[in-house]
Ligand binder design. Structure first.
Ligand SMILES: Cc1ncc(C[n+]2csc(CCOP(=O)(O)OP(=O)(O)O)c2C)c(N)n1
Length: 275
């Protein structure tokens, strides 16, 4: 399907135009999400998109599925409730780096620990975009931010390490330059039964790029092209070569008991009255 047909089918025309700045990558990530849903031939009523607050979290309002635009950092607990109430739904959480790993960090680690069947698309633009460029837990050390005019000293999380260490069973990364890959890993994440995390590297040329002299939006995408390396090729690089690159593709996949299925067993036991 062409992008225009995808927009007609999956977006709420009355909510457009969107608020994203010229050059922002969020439209590419959201486009990849609808392409993935289309590729999987999911019925719109079988999908729920839940978000917190932020530029990226606005995606839930633009999309024509069952949607909830909740509070900052609370997309995951709301999505957990939706999934437990209606396990048949494919529940997708769209989240920013601040939303998912700062204010919502606690929710993130516990959703991963439970291995609940949700798909998180973490729009990583390395900054708090909506509120004007404060640094987040995914802002690289020594970056400028409105809350760090002399540069950050904090070390960032690696989303892969965070998700892997807390129990996620599907972890992937792609960028807005690698759009086909992004669509593919989102589709795989949606199909995976368990907690899936897709880190989508997306440029924020205004709130992050300007302060850090990253150049134009196309320049920031070129940076993604030059630094993202498919996992198999990345593993063949020397440790020194790896320091300047990051792996993309499916980074981890495992099977483990899924929370709503386990919870159903508890309900069945309770209904029988057996402890
Ligand atoms: C409880 C609460 N605290 C703070 C805010 C203000 N706020 C709104 S969005 C945001 C940060 C957004 O950054 P991020 O999650 O990285 O998403 P982006 O806008 O970059 O997509 C903050 C701090 C809020 N809305 N609610």
């Amino acid at each position: 399907m062409e992008m225009e047909q995808l927009i007609d089918k999956y977006f709420r025309a009355g909510r457009l135009p969107h608020i994203w700045c010229p050059g922002c990558g969020n439209g590419i990530v959201t486009g990849a999400l609808v392409k993935a849903i289309d590729k999987l031939s999911l019925a719109k009523d079988d999908v729920a998109v839940v978000s917190g607050i932020g530029c990226s979290s606005r995606a839930s309002g633009y999309l024509d599925f069952n949607t909830v635009h909740s509070a900052h950092g609370r997309g995951l607990p709301v999505a957990t409730g939706v999934k437990l109430a209606e396990p048949r739904l494919k529940v997708i959480v769209v989240s920013g780096d601040g939303d998912a790993t700062a204010i919502g960090g606690n929710h993130f680690i516990h959703a991963a620990r439970r291995n609940i069947d949700l798909t998180v698309i973490l729009y990583n633009n390395n900054i708090y975009g909506m509120t004007g460029g404060q640094y987040s837990p995914l802002t690289p050390t020594n970056s400028k931010a409105t809350t760090a005019p002399y540069g950050t000293v904090d070390r960032p999380f690696d989303v892969y390490d965070l998700a892997r260490g807390t129990g996620a069973t599907f972890i992937a990364r792609a960028t807005t330059y690698h759009t086909q890959l992004l669509t593919d890993v989102i589709a795989q994440g949606i199909e995976h039964v368990g907690f899936s995390v897709i880190e989508a590297i997306t440029a924020c040329p205004i709130s992050f790029g300007r302060q850090n002299k990253k150049g134009s939006a196309p320049n920031m995408m070129k940076w993604q092209k030059d630094h993202g390396v498919m996992l198999a090729a990345y593993e063949k690089l020397t440790a020194e070569e790896q320091t300047d690159k990051f792996p993309i593709g499916v980074l981890y996949k495992a099977q483990a008991p899924e929370y709503t299925a386990e919870y159903d067993k508890v309900i069945a036991k309770a209904q029988k009255g057996a402890k």
